[in-house]
Design a protein around this ligand. Structure first.
Ligand code: SAH
Ligand code: SF4
Ligand code: F3S
Length: 456
């Protein structure tokens, strides 16, 4: 999953001159949820507005995955508290994963906060907001076993008008021993395929060119309707119905990634050739303690299957260093696996103990901070070298690219992404934002491919 370390832009809504501002942290699921919230509020008569400092209501959509994700939000809440001192009618609400984890503790600890709503209770937001505006402290954080919000059409307030996330499932029940997600998002629920298809149709009608189907473990998508549909069958349906759109998905789980999915990907040119397959560790003993459900050899076998069935496919990952009891040898296994796989890209983290998880109850967070930092620096340095090597191999190749917009560095250049999710910058030529074009790669920087439109 992609992480947003900075607030993902903001939303302003207005109801009877009431302005609402939403700030989003965490993963793609939260981005999609903020779009749901926008839709729910709009439906109840709120309208879009602009302005930040003069907001009457601030909603912060939060993440609990690591301690530093929560600290960042707490910093923002302090800032919003200073706004509240100037404007006592201001309501500050916390939604999302921190709301679910901390519930009324948030009201007690954060003076600015009077509204706390968990991820399965957003339908009630308009009423809860009214209560908070009437001076009540409101906490609503009950998880649901069925809520998928499948009848709500999200408002894409922060998009580029070309690419959108479509949530296909909620929750997770893998119970990896370090992870807070199952506790703050609840059990896994898959969304009705008809509502997924109709949401994508709406996007197509609005001229979107790409969708990313999102869930914490898309491989375990399963919907029992008139027919039972698993993930690769859903993907095939989407690819067939929308041949002119690019289809992406995230996140796959190594224990569940099967060859059927890879074969469906190989048959459809509009299914993007990129897989995010978080490994966490290259050591079988660490993976066992993490309760990930696979071994190093299993993971490497899945990589081989991808390379065999989809030779052009890019592979990215998440790596976590310093998990409970991780020895130097186990850490070296992670480095050797990263070298062997040659990932195109990796998100890399230090283990952060989360209260309530299996690991926090049964294991010690015993790798010293200094070693965690050293190990993190080592994986970052190694991945830097690998990414550079992999990028250089692309020089001289021609890629299909979806043009996403004007490059930040020069108004004369566009940026876009390849099917393999690689960012490419190139002179504008005769194409427009939203077009598919072909680009010849001529050079690269550490993060970006540089090229020119390929005319032949
Ligand atoms: N569902 C996805 C991951 C979602 S969380 C999967 O299973 O792959 C995204 C990433 O955050 C994880 O892959 C992991 O690398 C990291 N993460 C999760 N819990 C963490 C913790 N307690 N400390 C540090 N990193 C963590
Ligand atoms: Fe967390 Fe594991 Fe679920 Fe991913 S699969 S969200 S790491 S419990
Ligand atoms: Fe996502 Fe963070 Fe919640 S990773 S599911 S926003 S804990």
């Amino acid at each position: 999953m992609t992480f947003f370390f900075h607030p993902v832009k903001s939303l302003f809504l207005q109801k009877k001159n009431l302005k609402v501002y939403i700030e989003t942290y965490g993963c793609q699921m939260n981005v999609a949820d903020s779009e749901l919230i926008a839709s729910l509020l709009k439906e109840k008569g709120y309208s879009l507005s602009e302005g930040y400092e003069d907001a009457d209501l601030i909603l912060v959509n939060t993440c609990s995955i690591r301690e530093n994700a929560e600290q960042r939000v707490r910093g923002r809440l302090k800032l919003f508290g200073s706004l509240k001192r100037k404007n006592p009618d201001l309501v500050v609400g916390v939604v999302g994963c921190m709301a679910q984890r901390l519930k009324d503790q948030l009201i007690l600890e954060e003076k600015s906060v009077s509204l706390v709503v968990g991820p399965d209770q957003y339908r009630q937001l308009p009423e809860l907001i009214e209560s908070a505006r009437n001076g009540q402290a409101v906490v609503q954080a009950i998880l649901s076993s069925s809520e998928t919000y499948d009848d709500i059409v999200p408002v894409r307030y922060d998009g580029n008008g070309i690419s959108a996330f479509v949530s296909i499932m909620r929750g997770c029940q893998n119970m990896c021993s370090y992870c807070i997600v199952p506790y703050v998002r609840g059990g896994e629920r898959s969304r009705d395929p008809e509502s997924i298809l109709s949401e994508i149709q709406t996007l197509k009608d609005e001229n979107y060119k790409e969708v990313t189907l999102i869930g914490q473990n898309v491989d375990s998508y399963i919907f029992h309707g008139q027919e039972t549909l698993n993930f690769h069958a859903l993907l095939e349906k989407v690819a067939l119905r929308f041949p002119d759109m690019w289809i992406r998905f995230s996140t796959n789980h190594p224990k569940d990634l099967n060859d059927h999915l890879l074969e469906v990907m190989s048959r459809f040119p509009n299914i993007c050739k990129s897989i995010h397959l978080p490994v966490q560790s290259g050591s079988t003993t660490v993976l066992e303690r993490m309760k990930r459900g696979y071994t190093r050899d299993w993971y490497l076998d899945r990589i081989q299957a991808i390379r065999r069935i989809l030779p052009e496919c890019t592979i990215s990952t998440d790596v976590m260093v310093g998990f409970s009891g991780e020895t130097d040898e186990e850490h070296l296994d992670t480095l050797s696996l990263m070298e062997a796989v040659s990932y195109d890209f990796a998100f890399m983290f230090k283990y952060s103990e989360r209260s309530g998880t299996w690991a926090s109850r049964h294991m010690k967070d015993d790798v010293p901070e200094k070693s965690k930092v050293e190990r993190l620096n080592q994986v970052i340095a190694l991945q830097g070298k690998v990414s550079e090597r992999v990028k250089k191999e692309d020089i001289g190749k021609v890629f299909d690219v979806l043009v996403e917009g004007v490059s930040k560095r020069s108004t004369q250049q566009y940026f876009g992404r390849t099917s393999g999710n690689k960012v490419v910058v190139f002179p504008k030529g005769n194409v427009n934002k939203g077009d598919f074009t072909r680009v010849l790669i001529t050079s690269c920087t550490s993060a970006t491919l540089i090229g020119e439109i390929y005319e032949q």
